[in-house]
Design a protein around this ligand. Sequence first.
Ligand code: SF4
Length: 131
Amino acid sequence: MPKLLNLLLAVEHGMKKPVWDCTMCGQCVLHSTGMTCPMTCPKTLRNGPCGGVREDGHCEVKPEMRCVWVKAYDRKVSLPLPTVWKEHYNDLRPPVDMQLKGTSSWVNLITKRDQQTPAGWAKRQEETHSH
Ligand code: SF4
């Protein structure tokens, strides 16, 4: 089994790195972001742009780079993506679980590992609700 997992990891990375500059966050959301990787945002924002987008649509951190979220919106509108993917654009995405970094998002999707809330976060949520 580890050999199969390693193979999937290598295939996923081999495909996504050249196309999306994928850093293997392990919880892929490409389908809902107009096939634009939010992890390429210098602030790794997964729920839309920050307040620093320049008037020309470029990034405040890297002025030479177009804002990932401006690009994501344009692509969501213009690419012939499945309607259901486009509908997921406005979903509220959970924070990145850094424990999944370097793992295969395909495997995590199948095993539903990417839907698990890390233990510390759940505790935090309970604390918040008890107040
Ligand atoms: S969202 Fe994560 S898995 Fe998907 S392309 Fe970006 S870094 Fe890779």
